[in-house]
Design a protein around this ligand. Structure first.
Ligand SMILES: Nc1nc2c(ncn2[C@@H]2O[C@H](COP(=O)(O)OP(=O)(O)OP(=O)(O)O)[C@@H](O)[C@H]2O)c(=O)[nH]1
Ligand SMILES: [Mg+2]
Length: 345
């Protein structure tokens, strides 16, 4: 069963009364979305779209899988498969373990034919994504606060636009976005465009103003309007920029002071096109500030999509969302099994 939005978000589902759901789009949109996710035709459509958006990785990997697992198996099969997975950035040690296991099972006669081998390969790859940390996003607080941070240009603002649209228009929640990147005027304008498309409220401060103050105002606005979720954008930064890391810590403190236990979710964006380098950078970032979930972005623009699978165990933080394009609907909950199948099929 594919993991979907309703599995990702923990929330008090609204009672049957349609007036209980609010926000632009309202209850109708919410129930339509819920009905749609349960329809098999729709999940097939979503899976097709995921495959399309992963084309670059899939083509590189798929051609090798066709040329290996669907041909006569010999030692070159396993070498070539291993090389292809490493090229897709699955990571050398994890790849070796997966291929060795597949080879052993094939030699033991447990698997026969390309179809079975491919299906088993997808299963083994999906297992790489397992962590013990919770892979859900808890939205039960009123408001729930989601803080989004990461290195420059990794896709924070774009992810927030897509997430706000999903929460607001599709799930019928009332969303307030905080323009916590006060460095550049263009950053606020970019976020403003996204929030207009998503039809959610934006709280912004003057250019150069304190990001903590913007977060403070956004939570105040959310409380005043009975909003369900506050999503806080932040400026890009490196873990080595002490003053900027201190600023991020301050934003967290301001949020926690207003709502004990908040931020309820801290998402770190990683640009998939930077492959394992991005993962190493994210590791350092997550050691400098608490992070509860990864958003892997730009998977549509890379042949290194295999990187999604080992990240969770390498960082000890689950991948919760993936960005597969620049349209509003191009943010997906990360379902390792579905993802692995999309890569190899
Ligand atoms: N193809 C593709 N492009 C993406 C995706 N996510 C973000 N981008 C693009 O990546 C670029 C940077 O995205 P932003 O959202 O501005 O990144 P940011 O982390 O907010 O950047 P800073 O605020 O400057 O640190 C933009 O051109 C986005 O359109 C994605 O999933 N797929
Ligand atoms: Mg930004």
């Amino acid at each position: 069963m594919a993991r979907d939005w309703d599995d990702l978000f923990i929330r008090d589902l609204p009672p049957a009364d349609p007036d209980a759901a609010h926000g632009a789009g309202g209850g109708e949109a919410a129930s339509a979305a819920n009905a749609a996710v349960s329809a098999p035709a729709d999940s097939r459509r979503v899976f097709r779209r995921l495959r399309e958006n992963l084309t670059r990785t899939r083509q590189a990997l798929g051609a090798e899988i066709q040329a290996t697992l669907f041909e006569r198996l010999d030692e070159h099969t396993w070498e070539r498969l291993e090389e292809a997975l490493i090229a897709a950035d699955v990571g050398a040690p994890t790849t070796a373990a997966v291929v060795e296991r597949l080879e052993r099972e094939a030699a033991g006669g447990e698997l026969e034919g390309g179809e079975q081998l491919t299906a088993r390969l997808a299963e083994l790859l999906a297992e790489l994504a397992h962590t013990d940390a919770p892979d859900t996003i808890d939205l039960r607080s009123r408001p729930a606060v989601i803080l989004v941070c990461g290195v420059n240009g990794t896709g924070k603002t774009t992810t927030i636009g897509k997430l706000a649209w999903r929460l607001g228009r599709e799930l019928g929640l009332r969303v307030v976005v905080a323009a916590g990147d006060t460095f550049r005027a263009a950053a606020v304008e970019q976020l403003e465009r996204w929030t207009q498309r998503a039809d959610v409220e934006l709280v912004k401060g003057a250019r150069g103003s304190d990001p903590g103050a913007v977060a403070f105002d956004a939570i105040g606005a959310a409380r005043a309007r009975g909003a369900d979720v506050v999503v806080v954008d932040t400026a890009g930064r490196l873990h080595t920029q002490d003053h900027l890391m201190a600023e991020l810590a301050k934003v967290r403190r301001v949020i926690a002071k207003q709502i004990p236990g908040a931020p309820h979710e801290t998402l770190l964006t990683i640009d998939a096109t930077t492959g394992h380098n991005g993962v190493r950078q994210a590791k350092l970032f997550s050691q400098a500030t608490p992070v509860s979930g990864i958003v892997l972005t730009k998977l549509d623009g890379t042949a290194k999509g295999g990187v999604a699978l080992p990240i969770a165990s390498e960082l000890g933080i689950p991948v919760k969302l993936i960005g597969v394009g620049e349209a509003l609907e191009d943010l997906r909950p990360f379902d390792a099994a579905e993802f692995a199948r999309a890569l190899v099929s």
